[in-house]
Design a protein around this ligand. Structure first.
Ligand code: SF4
Length: 202
């Protein structure tokens, strides 16, 4: 617990991406504690997350809560019992097209990767929900999202074994779910999540 609190202080003071010129200001967002059995790893916080300051309270959070409800979780699970983090902890800025947020660059993900690896090693979650291709591949290795969504992948960090359940990114600008075959993959993933919730008593 002390080690996680120390990590949280370290991340809260991190400004590596500001120093490297990627973002104008760092507002690292994360939430959770040792004992959280489910971890959510997203891509990056949204634009207003640091004002709330809580992950997954905007439109993406609403979509994600809907998915969790479909998998049988109660409405308080996401913000009450899950550890919430992302590949990069700071809002990366808007996309060049103006539609949605900019995906963090490989360099920013590399800067922030150590934070996530230490969160995994200290929190030791049983199940990690990976939101989107970037998060899923950072956890289980390179693969297209169509091969990942609907599967449960074993992973290990710092001697701790856990499972990764990839999901699409819940952002409204993601077009992935417009394909009926992908919607079927997504439904299979939610059924798998429901099975894991029941089997593990999450
Ligand atoms: S995204 Fe991560 S590495 Fe970059 S400034 Fe924020 S906390 Fe630091």
């Amino acid at each position: 617990m002390r080690a996680l609190a120390a990590l949280h202080r370290e991340v809260a003071a991190c400004a590596r991406c500001v120093g490297a010129g990627f973002i104008p200001a760092a507002h690292p967002i994360f939430k959770g504690e040792v004992g959280n059995r489910v971890m959510v790893v997203g891509q990056a916080p949204g634009v207003l997350a640091h004002e709330r300051p809580l992950p997954y309270t905007g439109a993406s959070g609403k979509t994600l809560r809907g998915w969790l409800a479909a998998a049988g979780f109660d409405d308080g699970a996401l913000h009450g019992r899950f550890y919430l983090t992302s590949l990069t902890k700071c809002f990366p800025g808007p996309s060049a097209s103006g539609k949605g947020d900019r995906a963090p660059s490989a360099a920013e993900i590399a800067f922030c990767r150590g934070h996530m690896e230490r969160e995994l090693a200290l929190v030791r979650p049983e199940l990690v929900l990976a939101l989107g291709r970037l998060a899923a591949t950072a956890l289980v290795g390179p693969a297209p999202l169509v091969e990942l969504v609907g599967t449960l992948r074993p992973a290990e960090r710092a001697g701790h074994r856990f499972h990764v359940l990839p999901l699409p990114h819940p952002s409204g600008v993601s077009r992935w779910l417009t394909d009926p075959a992908n919607r079927a993959r997504h439904m299979a993933a939610l059924r798998l999540l429901d099975d894991e919730r029941t089997r593990r008593g999450l």
